[in-house]
Design a protein. Sequence first.
Length: 290
Amino acid sequence: MTEVSAYSWFNGQIGHLEQGAPSVASISFHLGTSVFDGLMAYCNDGSYYLHRLEEHLVRFREGAARLGLVFPWTVEQLADGIAELLLLQPKGTQYIRPIAYRRAPELWVTGSEGRPVDVSIFTVKTDGVRDIDMPISCQISPIERISGRSIPQQTKVSGAYVNSLYARRTAEAAGFGDGVMFDREGRLAEASAANVFLIFGDRLITPPLNPDVFPGITRKVVLELAGHAGIEVQEVDCCRDDLAKADGAFLCSTLMEVRAIGRLGDRNLKTIETAAFQTIINEFRKLTHS
């Protein structure tokens, strides 16, 4: 069960969570025209480490602006709001969700530009609710990854995540924890809400950042950690045959962190036993949990 904070930062002020609730006639509610982001505040020995705070907030502001959701609050003001929110929460690791939207009534596809843009930030306590240490099973999803030529994938547009929902629900109905999706050309794209890495011996392989692959910040961190550890990484197109030959695989995202895939389609993988995965997960935990 999601343990959402009772308070939110809304348009520059701390108040109750529901103060920024959109109208049932809001275009952002009807068409999914809101933009969000997510970042982690790790509680280590009573102090918070906000992982890649500036990168997440810059991505959030720029993504909102691409959809026409321009707002005046700076990255620094958003960061100050997050700090205020964390002071109101019981100590513990928190997932932080900023979201920009139009809450005023407006149903038409065009004409909403005159409506004000609102920004809310709230937190979700994650202690004990994530199975990040347990390998996940992944279906080879029959759901196609939505094309970046339809909805640009570099922005977390709320409506685009219906694609992720379908992939996850389809996987769960088949007995899996998640699904890895391919694009229209048959290239591996990503899981429902995470980037994918394959392990071949001592090498990592991951899809390149084409228009159908989300440029995840955790993906970027994994590439940096691999580089520091001397692990070779190839960013190349992958097909179904590559998945059938991989020694291991893992997913990475803000909320999932770095999570081993234990079953991929009909194959059991020994991802956790690979040296490459152990190096990446250990270095990631040093970065975020110390």
